[in-house]
Ligand binder design. Structure first.
Ligand SMILES: [Zn+2]
Length: 421
């Protein structure tokens, strides 16, 4: 039996168990896509967008899994089951990503189908025939299906309203970094890394909250003061949302500046101009990790990188990502990028040891060993994870702002967004 079939079976028993435990209708949200391994960026975002829609209802209990079946949400909702089913069908039919979603509704007696409510069966997204017939007959070439998926996702990001567009790109970038296969101590979709107080769902919720705030600043690309004001509000909303846990503080600062930079012909020059006086921050002790390290070792951290316009990010990090898998890109960031989160937690000597170890990660055995070592040491390269999000934002921006239809030729987008070689 393939891993996918095994996962499907254990999901069926999990669904049954949840229905019995809570005696409530259960909604299962996932991406509606083919493939033996569904752990890709697009499939993850599609599932999250479905979750954000359903969150508007009164969710009593939630659970998620991340396997070769991709990210799946299990939501117990205290409403009549027929009403829930109609809402789910409405999302599948009308949300910009709805046709890529699979939202199933169960109770302890089994699944409720569209036909139980006298609704028309689901249509195939390519030819509008009954969907399950096209699936069974394999009517459409895989390439047509993949093109449709990629194009639908692109259209969703390319919202007419620029603020919505930025919100979707930033949210995708922040959630997207969680798909890295190994976290080396950071939270990923499959594990909590070195953090007992946070998991992927907290990051997903936080990404939603902070992207809503950050996107408001797209009009302030030349105004550092305004950017910082928006950043402060975003930070406050983040802490309210997470009950005081720092999920995205560094990412907020970075995303605001990268968003500003991308709107100008030379992002590095623009950001470095905006941040000309940023090192004067160190004159006032704000009690942050960055300040502590500056006082102790004279390290300028993310502020120092900002003053240089995040040059490495734009000229090395992003081009590297275009040619390498996300795991390699993340390891490169850990090796090359001064990470004050890591330094603060580990101290200078452990930090140096960590970066040395990150150099000896040629194969998967070494990588798994490094991942384990980081977790045992309680280390977490949070600053590098933020940088990875920023790389994703640059990549999404270059794709979304192109007006030409580039789908048939962009093989590398398939790899990066759909996990297809
Ligand atoms: Zn069809």
């Amino acid at each position: 039996m393939t891993q996918l079939l095994q996962e499907r079976e254990s999901r069926a028993s999990l669904q049954k168990q949840i229905c019995q435990t809570y005696s409530l209708p259960l909604v299962v949200v996932k991406a509606n896509m083919h493939g033996e391994d569904k752990r890709s960026l697009i499939q993850t975002i599609v599932a999250c967008e479905g979750y954000f829609e359903l969150k508007k209802l009164n969710i009593s209990h939630h659970h998620y899994t991340y396997t070769v079946e991709g990210l799946i949400f299990y939501l117990s909702i205290d409403l009549p089951i027929e009403q829930i089913k109609r809402i789910c069908v409405d999302i599948e039919e009308n949300h910009p990503l709805g046709r890529l979603m699979d939202i199933d509704v169960f109770n302890s007696h089994g699944q409720i189908f569209r036909r139980n409510l006298n609704l028309d069966p689901r249509q195939c997204f390519i030819c509008n025939e009954v969907a399950h017939i096209c699936v069974r007959e394999q009517t459409h070439p895989i390439l047509d299906i993949e093109n449709f998926i990629l194009e639908t996702f692109k259209k969703h990001l390319q919202a007419d309203d620029m603020q919505v567009r930025w919100q979707r790109m930033i949210q995708t970038a922040l959630i997207g970094e969680l798909i890295k296969p190994l976290g080396y101590g950071c939270v990923t979709l499959s594990d909590q890394g070195s953090h007992s107080d946070m998991d992927a769902l907290l990051f997903i919720e936080s990404a939603h909250t902070v992207s809503m705030e950050i996107s408001k600043a797209f009009i302030f690309s030349k105004d550092f003061k305004q950017l910082r004001e928006v950043g402060k509000i975003a930070e406050q909303k983040m802490f309210e949302m997470t009950n005081g846990i720092n999920t995205h503080k560094g990412a907020i600062f970075l995303m605001l500046l990268v968003m500003a930079g991308l709107q100008h012909p030379d992002p590095v020059k623009h950001i470095s101009g905006l941040c000309e006086d940023i090192l004067s921050d160190f004159q006032v002790d704000d009690g942050s990790h960055g300040m502590h390290l500056h006082k102790q070792y004279g390290i300028t951290g993310i502020r120092g990188l900002a003053k240089e316009g995040f040059e490495d990010l734009f000229t090395q990090g992003y081009p590297y990502f275009q040619l390498h898998p996300i795991d390699d890109t993340f390891l490169r960031l850990i090796r090359e990028n001064p990470d004050t989160t890591l330094m603060y937690r580990g101290g200078q000597s452990l930090y140096n040891e960590c970066r040395e170890k990150a150099k000896r990660t040629e194969n998967s055995v070494e990588r798994i060993k490094f991942d384990r070592w980081m977790k045992i040491q309680g280390l977490s390269p949070g600053g590098s994870a933020d940088m990875l999000s920023a790389i994703l934002l640059i990549d999404l921006y270059s794709w979304i702002m192109e007006e030409t239809n580039d789908e048939p030729t962009h093989k590398d987008r398939y790899r990066r967004y759909l996990g297809i070689e």
